[in-house]
Design a protein around this ligand. Sequence first.
Ligand code: PLP
Length: 467
Amino acid sequence: MLYHFNHNNMELPFAESYKMKMVEPIRKSTRAEREVWIKQAGYNLFGLKSEQVFIDLLTDSGTGAMSDRQWAAMMMGDESYAGATSYFNMKNAIREILGFEYYLPTHQGRAAENVLFSVLVKEGDVVPGNSHFDTTKGHIEFRKAKAVDCTIDEAFDTTLVHPFKGNVDEEKLENVLKTQGEKVPFIIVTVTCNSSGGQPVSVENLKMVRRLADKYGKIVVFDSARFAENAYFIKLREEGYKDKTIREIVLEMFSCADVMTMSAKKDAIVNMGGFIAMRNKELHAQASVFNIVFEGYITYGGMSGRDMNALAQGLYEGTDFEFLETRIRQVEYLGNRLMEFGIPLQQPIGGHGVFVDAKRFLCNVAKEEFQAQKLAVELYLESGVRGVEIGAILADRDPLTRENRFPALEFLRLAIPRRVYTNNHMDVVAVALKNLFDRRETIRKGFRIVHEAPIMRHFTVTLEHAD
Ligand SMILES: *Cc1c(COP(=O)(O)O)cnc(C)c1O
């Protein structure tokens, strides 16, 4: 018999743009073990030992796998106290990829905020932007200033599909500038917007912010941890950008900013590091004073030479289209599996993780009993998977009234580390959540706070069962 040819060529499936050269064992555990461990941790997932976790989706911050090229760059680190070549490697990468002339290395993103805000923020100030990241808000409120959220309303409806849920609402922003303009030191835009679910901001919206800033004579700061993921979404979703490279889009984004703060633990794929970059020489000089006080000399600022080298290399890799496609498609893979099971989540699926809508998932748990925290603990008990609460515990108390703040959204965030897990791991997460979803009606009681810190309480809060 003749061999039968099938002329319908199949399209080759998508696969990762890298292969593995080194692996790290992880351990499963029993439900009985996990029940003991989570109780010992005060029902706070930050309190667990990492070896008590099977799949760790607590954060994508500093948890990525470095490449062979990054490790090679580390060997070439220059550990000179002043003027190290590693400092200049980072400077060149920042100039080439982000377009900023001046920069200061810091040990991580919040250190960049601390140094920059020491120059720019004072008591009574008002800092508008899209949803501020928790440490950013912390650094603003620590200085007795106020962070004003001007995110578009669409971001707060998880069922609504909008391509740029990180966008700043023009009317809300202009209202702040009009009525409290003299108190505004700068406008801050977080790209992508973590708090609204890893949602991107469009170039059009960034240009609007720039226009308003110019009109009212304000500085624009980008909180840039996931700027490359933001650029990827612009390429896919914004009219006129599909033929531009990620690097071209990144430069266009940052052309709207005067200053950027960066947690390099995200899109620069290093385990530790950060920086502030700016166009203004005077601001660089002012910030240098605080950098020396808080971080270290201006050519290392809390980083070793090898770490600066890895960061410089990471900026190139993090803005590579194939890498970004691999990463974001994995996040989408998990999100799509959850949606197949009918699990409610923030749509469209964000850049660095899947944000499960805990309010709709655990509708029998009261918001005063921390729905998202409850869901995170239940997921851990079910499977050893560690996610994190982005809800009322994170939202903290109002600094003036000391009342609990209940945000519009309660999320269980499943943040996916870069280049670390396979889609088989994602399947474990999806099925564990499905099992919980199937018995969601039976979950009725949440938690009560036993102990909390006065600021950024989520890291150390301890809880007990509400019943
Ligand atoms: C992580 C992050 C920060 C803080 O950076 P660290 O490196 O954790 O100190 C600030 N802003 C955004 C948007 C972040 O994602």
